[in-house]
Design a protein around this ligand. Structure first.
Ligand SMILES: [Zn+2]
Length: 468
């Protein structure tokens, strides 16, 4: 009993960290190398880097949502108190689930975590979440903020920072930063047009539409020597400023950059909580990793949809609700409930995490025409793989997307439980064993331009975290 009481007290105490007792107004960045194979990983320090003003909340300092694969914690050495914590996912964590990592090929990726600069010596702790919800510590070190080893070199100011809209102090807003890749200096008007258009689409989509006043959106003019980005499958190599590439983890449409240090130095010129990168290329593609960044090709006809979908990943740790696409990861049946807000393994239907959104008369699991849907979608995916292998044009691929839409929209809409929250089998890259909250959602298909009610709630929870 005594032990339990102590535990409860320490939790509530850590929720009440007073910002000014522990932190300056600046941002400190922990840069490190993350190396390993599928079942082993090591973290080694690159450097601590002082950035500009802290743009995050000064009230919410300890994240207890426990999303993502990793947790980053800062402890005050003198009092041993937890003073800052938040969750994230990483490219390294995704890479560990690829065949290459399973084959024992070691790789190193550069990563950064940002936090308010502590006034006193602090301890940095990186933890990795196990599927059962427990954590393993993978990095642990004490640092002195007054040390000459903290890189205090002035931040660059070579690029023009401008605002798309500004609703007030960064401390109480979600600050989104738009960066462009594959735009030449003479494409500056195109970059501004693309950035404003895509941001406009997002803020016409709920919950962003109703919550617009909780956001600031910034952009930085970053120019490349050439137009477009690298596409290794077509042996196209472009010298783009952020080094975005198609075919990340050998998945054709998956676009990431591995040049993290460069990205962070550029981004640090503006206040930001979330980075969205748009790239000047007609080929369909994108990516989004929780608390890292999202990417989208601004010239693809699907750009509007992808921009919002990928932000669902990078901002709120939403899972993909689709399951028929080819992905780079090796997916196995879950043994534990996934820590994603919008998919469930349904091990305990009576305590489903989105139970409060389900009508009494909706059965769990909820029936839907999965066999009919799969017969269309699986054929489409086979065709798409074949076309990708043959390197067909972006236009031909777009025509195929349109055909899929036309045949699946009426089929999904005719389902009895369309638009209702339930537990529909198929989600998170698995046709069986994982369930999604609604028949359709931005995280499920390109059919619908709205998030399902469970995704909406997860995004709103995240907005609340930043603005309080
Ligand atoms: Zn959803």
């Amino acid at each position: 009993m005594y032990r339990i009481l102590i535990f409860v007290l320490s939790i509530s105490f850590s929720q009440n960290v007073i910002y000014n007792d522990f932190f300056t107004d600046n941002t400190l960045r922990f840069d490190y190398f993350h190396s390993g194979v599928a079942d082993t990983e090591h973290v080694s320090l690159d450097e601590l880097r002082l950035e500009g003003a802290w743009p995050g909340s000064k009230t919410n300092l300890i994240d207890e949502m426990h999303l993502g694969l990793y947790r980053f914690e800062v402890n005050d050495v003198e009092s041993n108190e937890l003073i800052y914590a938040y969750a994230f996912a990483s490219i390294f964590g995704e890479w560990q689930t690829t065949g290459e990592a399973a084959d024992g090929v070691w790789r190193t990726l550069h990563e950064s975590q940002r936090f308010p600069e502590p006034k006193q010596p602090f301890r940095l702790v990186l933890k990795k979440r196990n599927p059962n919800g427990t954590y393993n510590t993978i990095y642990y070190a004490e640092h002195d903020p007054a040390s000459r080893f903290v890189n205090r070199f002035p931040m660059g100011n070579n690029n023009k920072v401008w605002e798309i809209f500004n609703n007030g102090s960064s401390e109480n807003k979600v600050d989104i930063l738009i960066l462009g890749d594959g735009y030449r200096k003479d494409n500056v008007r195109q970059f501004k047009k693309d950035a404003k258009h895509l941001v406009g689409v997002m803020f016409n989509t709920e919950p962003f539409k109703s919550r617009k006043s909780d956001f600031n959106v910034w952009a930085i003019d970053v120019f490349s020597d050439e137009t477009g980005i690298s596409n290794p499958r077509q042996n196209v190599w472009k010298k783009s400023a952020l080094d975005l590439r198609f075919n990340s983890f050998d998945s054709d449409r998956y676009v990431l950059t591995f040049a993290n240090k460069n990205l962070r130095e550029i981004a640090a010129q503006a206040p930001y909580d979330a980075i969205m990168i748009i790239f000047n290329d007609p080929k369909y593609g994108g990516g989004g990793i929780y608390n890292l960044y999202s990417t989208v090709s601004s010239l693809s006809s699907q750009a509007d949809y992808v921009f919002v979908h990928e932000f669902g990943h990078s901002f709120a740790s939403l899972a993909d609700e689709y399951y028929t696409s080819n992905v780079a990861y090796q997916v196995s049946l879950p043994e534990f409930e996934p820590n994603r807000p919008n998919v469930t393994a349904l091990f305990d239907p009576d305590n489903l995490k989105w139970k409060h959104l389900i009508d009494e008369e909706t059965p769990i699991p909820t029936p839907w025409g999965q066999a009919a849907y799969d017969s269309i979608a699986v054929v489409y995916q086979q065709k798409r793989r074949q076309m990708t292998a043959n390197g067909v044009s972006a236009d031909e691929m777009e025509t195929l997307f349109e055909k899929l839409k036309q045949s699946t929209i009426p089929m999904l809409k005719s389902q009895k439980y369309y638009g209702k929250v339930g537990a529909f089998e198929g989600g998170g890259y698995l046709a069986k064993g994982l369930y999604r909250p609604e028949i359709d959602c931005i995280m499920f298909s390109r059919n619908r331009s709205e998030f399902c009610k469970v995704c909406l709630e997860a995004i709103e929870r995240m907005i609340d975290w930043y603005v309080k």
